[in-house]
Design a protein around this ligand. Structure first.
Ligand code: F6R
Length: 235
């Protein structure tokens, strides 16, 4: 695992945006994308750049169950607002939060089979989740429906008017689905991510209680963080 520590989120996001452009320029076609505050600045840099994703494909990690694509807190909406309206892809896939569970899981798995991911962008939860693979998720999981943990509901309630509105379930790519990506970039910013970052970088083997540690077995994973997220790492 490669580690890049930058002074702040802006500098770290610049590095990530450049790596994404490099991947596109060197023939990468399928980009696995994340939502949330971690990739926001990366998308802003890409949106303001000359990059052209019109021959590329995007596949998002996850979506809340029960939210329609036009709901302001859906991940469909987030992607449109932050990236797709400025930089359209040839095709963009996000799980459908309103679809039937079995049909959606089959549909998403076949999308992933048809479009193997060249570069996957990830954030990390305070509890070590990646996508919505919460602690305890089997390491060999594919796309599935999850019950969100209380910690994730609490972390996400800032985006909703009231805690009761935060969806309790999501569709997510599984840990095995994520590990199939050829390259992975994980972003983490701020002190509240420091513990999860420490567990990831100090892990010697994958531990289902801290799902991001599955990445220790990935052959090409770059972790890009700011100094605050690095604050618990040994000197
Ligand atoms: C979002 C996702 C989540 C987030 C994680 C961190 O698509 O898969 O795993 O990456 O919850 O969220 P932020 O970046 O908002 O701190």
């Amino acid at each position: 695992m490669k580690l890049i520590v930058k002074e702040n989120k802006a500098q770290a996001s610049h590095v990530a945006a450049e790596l994404i452009k490099e991947e596109l320029n060197s023939g990468g076609k399928v980009f696995g994308l994340a939502t949330g505050s971690s990739p926001e600045a990366v998308y802003e840099l890409l949106a303001d750049s000359e990059v052209d994703f019109s021959d590329a494909i995007s596949v998002n990690l996850d979506e809340y169950v029960g939210l329609s694509a036009d709901h302001e807190q859906s991940y469909h909406y987030f992607m449109h607002q932050h990236l797709f309206q400025y930089k359209p892809f040839q095709a963009s896939y996000v799980p459908d939060g309103l679809a039937d569970e079995n049909e959606e899981i089959d549909r998403y798995e076949s999308i992933l089979k048809d479009h193997p991911i060249d570069l996957q962008l990830l954030g990390i939860g305070e509890n070590g989740h990646i996508a919505f693979n919460e602690p305890g998720t089997p390491l060999d999981s594919d796309t599935h429906k999850v019950d969100l943990t209380e910690s994730t509901i609490q972390a996400n309630k800032r985006f909703f008017n009231h805690e009761d509105e935060v969806p309790r379930q999501a569709y997510t790519m599984g840990l095995r689905s994520i590990m199939k990506a050829k390259k992975i970039i994980l972003l983490a910013f701020g002190e509240r991510k420091a513990q999860a970052v420490k567990e990831l970088l100090e892990a010697t083997k994958a531990d289902p209680d801290s799902p991001a540690t599955v990445l220790v077995d990935h052959p090409d994973c770059t972790v890009i963080i700011d100094e605050a997220a690095a604050s618990l790492l040994a000197e």
